[in-house]
Design a protein around this ligand. Sequence first.
Ligand code: V47
Length: 386
Amino acid sequence: MLRTSPILKSIRDKMENGERLSFDDGLLLFQPEVSLTELGELANLVRERIHGNVAYYNINTHLNPTNICVYRCVFCAFRADLRSSKGYVMDEEQVLARGQEAVDAGCTEIHIVGGLHHQKKYDWYLNIIRILHDAYPSLHLKAWTPVEILWFSRLAKKSYRDVLQEMIDAGLGSLPGGGAEIFHPEVRHRLCEHKADAGQWFQIHRAAHGLGLVSNCTMLYGHIEQPYHRIDHLCRLREFQDETGGFQTFVPLAFQPGNTGLVDLVKQRASALVDLRTMAVSRLMLDNIPHIKAYWVMLGIGTAQIALAFGADDLDGTVRHELIYHDAGAETPEILSVDEIRRLMIEAGRVPVERDTLYRRVHREGAHWHVAPPVHPTSPRSSALP
Ligand code: V47
């Protein structure tokens, strides 16, 4: 039995009674007076109630078909102008080579996002999904954020639903969580005023969930936002998830300032303590989202490992060709081997489980793999605490 300090007593009482935490509870949890250790213990109780001792990883790769982007989001170091020497556009051969490399490396997933190229038509993006799926049908294509889907729907003059359906027909498997940043307009207007706003971001996830796709969600923190913006963001995700139930995983993303338009304003990325607090608060607030991901590329390996005791149950994957964080100065390796990921999890006292994008267990025999039926986690609020 945990000893709970008075400041956390009401929170623990709510958790024992299976009650939802309020906006004000969330704000309280971000106060430095709330012990991080105690907060972590509460988040860990929830995490273990849902997932026991298991920690998930997958074998995946990233593909960013172009970095050329019409938008100039101040937080992004990846994007390039149309005629910049940094800009690139991959052709079909290069895209397919990535697919082949992924299959050879035993990947189950390709994570595909990229810039909104001034001159590329909707068919160019649709074709990327189609050729990859046709050539490598075993790869799950987790592709395009609402920012891209909105752009495609404008290019093609089609509804979100029609664009998503065409992408599904071509081989799209799910949506990643990006483009969420911070929903609150006070912050969003300063980060990325032109791109999909909160309403559009949610409408597109609603359309995706309505078509049977699952998706992830994220929050970009550690820049100009205040704790109330973070809690507002988490509450909006939770409310939406009550309606659709289509989010699988929440990924808190710490802002990496290098080479971005915010580098003079935000001198340092968030500390490991802020990362762990954000992880724990997310686990406690998002009582209807099954998985919380400690994305090692963003957190650093040490913090990601500790995060497995602060609410997180997933480290993402082996990852290769990640550019968004590395262009912004992340010093994490470009790739982790399966052995390294498993060792990190075992060292953290967890049982590593390879999953596919849909959280089905992956079984491997030599170069072949197959999946078991999906794991149905217990709802985070379904039983009283120990
Ligand atoms: O939306 C961009 C963020 C996101 C920076 O769904 C930055 O499993 C920090 O969404 N510093 C894209 N963050 C990445 C993303 C993601 C990553 C891993 C797993 C999943 C998933 C999704 O990265 C963007 C933005 O919020 N981002 N630039 C930066 N300088």
